[in-house]
Design a protein around this ligand. Structure first.
Ligand code: PFF
Length: 451
């Protein structure tokens, strides 16, 4: 329900906040991106650095962004304006919120197209991949990418699914959808894990992901893992800040953020283990790249016992995960339009979805009719992905760390985050020093200075 001025909506409990925020964090990043990045970045070396980045950068920043949202009690732009005013700092800090809102809409535009692939593959999985070989599956994926109408159709369907939920409001829509989808998602992950243990090669998957191999760690692996830590925790795009603004005072931000991170990392690791167990049992290639779950896995589904059922379950899982993330990408701009311009929630959601949908059309066409349109050598899809995940997210993350660590009054940060003594000093030291330096390294990599 949209809230009248002055009385913002609130999640119904701290568990609701944990569930919806885990819903935002757990998405295509966990089940599509994490396994293929692990596969192409040397397996366990990537996993080790990724875990270090989650603990050292991700968790402190997740806490900082949630804290700014709750302290600021508003959409990302107004929340930043109010915390900046409280700290006696420049109004320009609102730009953090603007970056988030624009970035979230841009991510949504291509996220929705990729989620559309997953919806398409869910239908293919229902029909079954039986009898298909490697070439057939490569041709199937190529045919999907070559067909603008099929891509746009599924992209539209995914956007509508998200629109319907967000129109329902904070508790009546977002919270309600997550309360159904997230338990279903956890159940499917456990089923797949059970399958991986019982019928696939789990020991090989465990070796691949957790064999201690520090010598395989390189600069590109570190930087890839760090960037992914941002994406998987939904950092810097206003989603966490907006969800945090609906969190009741008095709930421990530190503890809830720890639970959210454990859920996000746990799902990535369990999904990775299940996927690699299937990949190794079928003698497939772990370093297949972005096509890992779309081309390699269906090959496994085609040849394994109960492959049809497992295949459908798998794509439904990915679709649910993408859905609960998609809705969190719509809420920041929606809250901004409602709170700044006083327009109704329904038209606000419609505007946000329409803008992201329109940009998504260009993304869908970048795989076929517009594949020749390139800027800096990147097509529209790669351009948006690079702009958001490699530039806007780290930039917003850097600014959030600087604000929380250097601009906001220390006493206010301590009060809001709910940590004391050594635990507070650990968090504070990390956002002041570790996070900014680490993020600066990502930037240097993007502009090609190192790596
Ligand atoms: N964390 C999501 C994933 O891993 O798929 C993606 C995402 C959602 C990024 C929301 C940013 C965001 F604001």
């Amino acid at each position: 329900m949209s809230s009248p001025a002055g009385a913002r909506a609130h999640w119904s409990s701290r568990w609701a906040f944990i569930l919806v925020t885990a819903g935002s964090a757990i998405g295509l990043g966990n089940i599509w991106k994490f396994p293929y990045m692990t596969g192409t970045n040397g397996g366990s070396a990537f996993v080790l650095v990724y875990l270090a980045c989650i603990v050292g950068i991700g968790v402190p920043l997740l806490m900082a962004e949630t804290m700014l949202g709750r302290r600021g009690q508003g959409n990302p732009v107004d929340a930043m304006r109010s915390v900046a005013a409280e700290a006696g700092a420049a109004r320009l800090w609102q730009v953090v919120g603007v970056i988030g809102i624009v970035g979230a809409a841009l991510i949504l535009s291509f996220y929705s197209v990729v989620a559309g692939w997953i919806l398409d593959y869910t239908v293919l999985a229902v029909q079954g991949f039986g009898g298909m070989d490697k070439e057939d599956l490569a041709a199937t994926f190529a045919a999907l990418l070559a067909d603008p109408w099929r891509l746009i159709g599924w992209h539209t369907a995914f956007m509508l699914l998200n629109l319907v939920v967000v129109i329902g409001g904070v508790t009546g829509g977002i919270e309600r959808a997550n309360k159904i989808l997230m338990p279903a998602l956890f159940a499917i992950v456990l089923l797949l894990l059970g399958y991986g243990i019982a019928a696939a090669d789990m020991p090989a998957a465990v070796r691949f992901m957790f064999h201690f191999e520090p010598q395989a760690i390189s600069a590109p692996v570190i930087l890839a893992a760090m960037g992914h830590a941002f994406f998987t925790l939904s950092l810097g795009m206003g989603a966490i800040m907006t969800y945090g603004s609906y969190l009741e005072r008095g709930t421990s931000i530190a503890r809830t953020c720890l639970y959210i991170t454990v859920a996000d990392t746990g799902i990535a690791l369990l999904a990775g283990l299940s996927i690699f167990a299937i990949v190794f049992a079928q003698g497939l290639e772990p370093a297949a790249g972005p096509g890992l779950i779309l081309q390699t896995l269906p090959l496994a589904f085609a040849h394994m016992p109960l492959g049809n059922v497992v295949g459908v379950l798998f794509f439904v899982l990915v679709a649910f995960a993408a859905w609960t993330s998609g809705i969190s990408l719509i809420e920041p701009a929606t809250a901004f339009l409602v709170e700044r311009f006083g327009i109704g929630r329904k038209p606000a959601v419609a505007v946000v979805c329409f803008v992201a949908w329109s940009i998504g059309i260009a993304v869908a066409l970048s795989f076929n009719l517009w594949s020749e349109i390139k800027l800096f050598g990147l097509n529209i899809f790669d351009l948006l992905d690079t702009l958001t995940t490699k530039m806007l997210m780290p930039l917003a993350g850097l600014l959030i760390a600087l604000f929380a660590g250097w601009v906001m009054k220390r006493a206010h940060a301590a009060e809001e985050i709910g940590l004391h003594g050594g635990a507070f000093r650990l968090w504070y030291g990390t956002v002041r020093y570790v996070s900014p330096v680490a993020i600066a390294l990502i930037f240097l990599n993007v502009i090609g200075v190192i790596g």
